[in-house]
Design a protein around this ligand. Structure first.
Ligand SMILES: [Zn+2]
Length: 453
């Protein structure tokens, strides 16, 4: 034990030295396509898809399937950490279930046929049928039922995973917004009573609201149809957007809002206050369901009560489309040409731009590199968050334009004033559009306030 501890300390001592500079020229960003027309405007593309392709965040593989490239993966890993935090704050425990899901389970819940062509189905060498899971109510309820010793003392039980899901979309479109292979956070909850399950339902909904607030997104929570998942209470979290595929009715006078699927056709009157409903479109980023005993009944998922009697668990399930949320954030926050991220999940927080080689300011290159080293040393949370745009054959203006397109929250330019004594750096804040000149100390003071997940 002591030996282990010692070698750990030794290792952390080694990494506490100067951070290796992260060079923009070394990032795998195959054929960044800003200058070309990558995809002609069509009904199948939208702003986030165009921007993500142009910036080489994603590359298309086959219809509805994408390679996620380094910037996108960094952003998504941050988003996953943020979701993990919110889910674990309300007692969620992370698990990981198989993507291959046995047809037997789906037949038991009668969804093997109900799901129709949406399921990707396959058969193994023994003739056993499977699907690639689009959702995991069957798997998780089977898991719970296979454990004979679950007691009331272990409830509520909140299990979740963040994994790839599969859906055979007839017409994949809008990049990561409607793809055939995607990341989803799915949580399944088990409670003793209906009242307890409702309490859990509200606690997950408030964790969702928290998450979307942290991302700076304006969302609406609407009453929703439970669809093929089933259950008696359901809400969607929607981001209002022109390209959204869900039609919503929002009341102008009270808090009521609903997916039109839940209303009478042509209904224009608010069922709560009789006010006028207004239709908008939305991108669904989260969906919650109170399931009751629909699945626990099928799979006999029971717990032992304080009377030592088996009782069916009351269930809920809760989804967030993780890759969709990433694309939807870009969709609603960006301009036509420039990506804007929720600050917390920007792939890198800071980009440092030294002057061009051979320019009058060339001598400031070393000031920029020293600033890079000072920032990553003085602000530990930014150690892996600062990029040096070392493409010094390009002008500052060209690289500033690129940085604006990529949307780093902070861009620091070492130009003429970096040659003064003491050096002054031009600091752009892309989320507010401000630019200001700051000393080395001023830059560090500003960046110390940056939140990193
Ligand atoms: Zn109303």
């Amino acid at each position: 034990m002591m030996g282990l501890l010692r070698s750990y300390c030794k290792a952390s001592h080694i990494v506490s030295g100067k951070a290796k500079r992260r060079l923009l020229s070394q990032i795998y960003q195959p054929g960044s396509l800003w200058e070309e027309k990558v995809c002609e405007p069509s009904e199948l593309t939208c702003r986030s898809q165009r921007l993500m392709l142009k910036a080489a965040l994603i590359r298309s593989s086959s219809p509805g399937c994408f390679h996620y490239l380094p910037y996108a993966v960094r952003s998504m890993e941050k988003l996953i950490r943020l979701i993990d935090k919110e889910m674990q704050d309300i007692g969620g425990q992370k698990i990981n279930m198989p993507s291959l899901s046995s047809a037997g389970l789906w037949r038991q819940s009668e969804r093997w046929d109900l799901m129709g062509k949406e399921l990707f189905r396959l058969t193994d060498r023994h003739g056993q049928e499977y699907c690639l899971g689009p959702t995991h109510e069957e798997s998780v309820t089977h898991l719970i039922s296979s454990q004979a010793s679950l007691t009331y003392k272990q409830l509520p039980l909140l299990l979740y995973q963040i994994t790839r899901k599969f859906r055979d979309e007839p017409k994949p479109r809008f990049g990561l917004l409607r793809s055939r292979e995607f990341y989803m956070k799915d949580m399944y909850t088990f409670d003793m009573t209906e009242a307890a399950a409702h309490e859990t339902y509200h606690s997950v909904c408030s964790a969702y609201s928290n998450l979307f607030h942290l991302l700076g997104l304006h969302f609406v929570k609407v009453q929703a149809d439970a669809g093929s998942i089933g259950g008696t209470m359901s809400h969607e979290f929607q981001l209002p957007a022109d390209i959204g595929e869900d039609r919503l009715q929002v009341c102008g006078s009270c808090q009521f809002s609903a997916n039109v699927e839940t209303l009478r056709p042509g209904q224009e009157e608010c069922p709560m206050c009789k006010g006028q409903l207004k239709e908008t479109k939305g991108i669904e980023i989260g969906h919650t369901f109170y399931l009751g005993t629909k699945y626990s009944h099928v799979f006999n998922a029971a717990y032992y009560s304080d009377q030592n009697q088996p009782v069916l668990a009351e269930m809920g399930c809760y989804g967030i489309g993780v890759s969709r949320l990433l694309a939807a954030s870009i969709e609603v926050l960006s301009t036509e040409d420039d990506i804007r991220w929720p600050g917390l999940i920007a792939p890198y927080q800071v980009c440092v731009i030294p002057p061009k080689k051979g320019s009058k300011e060339e001598a400031a290159i070393s000031a920029a590199e020293a600033l890079y080293d000072d920032v990553t040393e003085a602000v530990p949370q930014l150690r892996d968050e600062v990029l040096l745009d070392d493409r010094s054959h390009l002008t500052i203006g060209k690289r500033l334009k690129d940085s604006n397109r990529l949307g780093y929250p902070y861009v620091i330019v070492a130009g003429k004033k970096a040659l003064e004594s003491p050096s002054q750096f031009e600091v752009w804040s892309h989320n507010t559009g401000d630019a200001q000149f700051l000393s080395r100390e001023g830059v560090i003071e500003l960046l110390q306030k940056v939140q990193v997940i």
